[in-house]
Design a protein around this ligand. Structure first.
Ligand SMILES: Cc1cc2nc3c(=O)[nH]c(=O)nc-3n(C[C@H](O)[C@H](O)[C@H](O)COP(=O)(O)OP(=O)(O)OC[C@H]3O[C@@H](n4cnc5c(N)ncnc54)[C@H](O)[C@@H]3O)c2cc1C
Length: 406
């Protein structure tokens, strides 16, 4: 059967990883590989989380008798170099949809052609891959969530796959220590979580065992009782399918995972989601107000609920979904600032920043995207009264930030 490269990208786990399981079934020997691609600038918060993920994955692969080869460099050149050192029959990689992922795939294809290996693409991070649920009325994807969610629930879901029992690697293929190759190991935010499959699984188990009444609590800012799994899902430390098929997963949570797949199929059909208005181009006109943008970024607009959210972002590299909605709505619908500035700021700080979810949600809030009511406006006082009635969320982040600066 020869040698297969298991090319990890955003699937940094051994459990329910179709890419790894496929590589294992195709090769007598497997080279588990992660390339820290020099073309992709990863901000410090995510670099730190990624480094944790790689160290954890390396530990899991070592327990299986293998290792994780981590190399910093160009994807195409790295694969060619490995192909020169060991005969490689197949490269296996998961599907992904951003512009960067598409370019990377072309580079992997070129490398495979050069080293005489075949390329196998497996299902990626979505539960229902883009294209597997398409509108019966025509078109390649759904533009509105509700009909999509019905098609999503009715679609065929793949079966969970087992982790390989053991991994055998060819000799002489070594990589670098994740600490040396990932980039800045100091996060910008003091309170970001530790990354990796082990942490992600612990977090899910603890949350699922508490039996949280997610439906009634997920919008409560102070309760802070959502799963906080988004960075683990983004980096593939946990499988979204495994969460959605866990009998303990509340329906309302499964619906959120459906939103994730929704934006994934939007991105797959519109790789320019990050830069161009998706659905309502006539709504894509903005004022130029650098001072207003700077106040929003630093959490000093004077609107407590907005400032608390923005300070949570900088402190934790994460923000509650309700606060994301409020802060994004304030920037675009009150300050009239271009959603691209907001999305870029989120992208810099969020540990879970995800092309499809970040840009899809920003365009939804800004009124240029998938919200069928693009003129929707939040009443900020009402939002604060409803979702932070005792002001505990505001106090937590505003008081805390004031303590630190004082
Ligand atoms: C302006 C804006 C920007 C956002 N940027 C991102 C981003 O970059 N990365 C990201 O993962 N999510 C993003 N979201 C969606 C959502 O806010 C986060 O997924 C959620 O807050 C993460 O917390 P959690 O893991 O506790 O979510 P939970 O409530 O526990 O939900 C479980 C999972 O479902 C998915 N999910 C939940 N809500 C959404 C949603 N509205 N859209 C898509 N998927 C969802 C996430 O993978 C999440 O981890 C954004 C939302 C807005 C309004």
């Amino acid at each position: 059967m020869g040698t297969a490269i298991a090319l990890f990208t955003r699937d940094l786990r051994v459990t329910d990883n179709p890419m790894l399981t496929e590589a294992h079934s195709l090769g007598d020997d497997v080279i588990p590989l992660f390339i820290v691609d020099e073309r992709l600038a990863v901000p410090p918060n995510r670099a730190r989380f990624l480094r944790d993920c790689l160290i954890d994955l390396r530990g899991s692969l070592r327990e299986l008798g293998g290792d994780l080869v981590v190399i910093r460099g160009d994807t195409e050149a790295t694969l060619r170099r490995i192909g020169e050192r060991a005969p490689v029959d197949t490269v296996v990689m998961a599907e992904d949809y951003s512009s960067y992922a598409r370019t990377r795939r072309r580079r992997v294809e070129r490398a495979c052609a050069a080293i005489g290996a075949s390329l196998r693409i497996t299902d990626g991070t979505a539960i229902v891959p883009p294209g597997a649920a398409t509108p019966t009325t025509g078109g390649d994807h759904y533009r509105v969530f509700t009909p999509y969610s019905r098609a999503w629930a009715a679609a065929r879901w793949r079966k969970l796959v087992d982790a390989p029992r053991a991994i055998s690697m060819p000799s002489g293929i070594t990589g670098d220590d994740p600490d040396n190759v990932v980039g800045p190991v100091r996060a910008e935010s003091p309170d970001i979580p530790e990354g990796g499959e082990t942490q992600g699984r612990h977090r899910w188990e603890a949350w699922a065992e508490r039996g949280v009444d997610y439906d009634s609590v997920h919008d409560d800012l102070a309760a802070d009782d959502t799963t906080r799994l988004s960075p683990y899902i983004h980096f593939g430390c946990v499988s979204a399918l495994e969460l959605a098929t866990d009998p303990r997963a509340p329906d309302a949570l499964i619906r959120q995972l459906c939103w994730r797949d929704f934006f994934c199929q939007v991105l797959a059909a519109n790789p320019r989601l990050t830069s161009a208005p998706y659905r309502f181009p006539e709504k894509d006109t903005w004022s130029h107000d650098p001072d207003a943008l700077a106040a929003w970024q630093s959490g000093s607009t004077g609107v407590d609920i907005v400032d608390a959210g923005m300070r949570q972002l900088r402190t934790e590299g994460w923000m509650h979904n309700r606060a994301r909605l409020i802060t994004a709505s304030y920037l675009t619908k009150v300050l009239d600032v271009d959603w691209r500035h907001g999305a870029a700021w989120f992208d810099r700080w969020l540990v879970d920043a995800d092309v499809a979810n970040n840009y899809g949600n920003w365009q939804w809030v800004a009124g240029t995207g998938n919200d069928p009511r693009p003129n929707r406006r939040f009443n900020l006082d009402r939002q604060a009264r409803r979702f932070d009635p005792d002001g505990r969320y505001v106090a937590r982040y505003l008081d805390r930030a004031d303590d630190r600066s004082g």
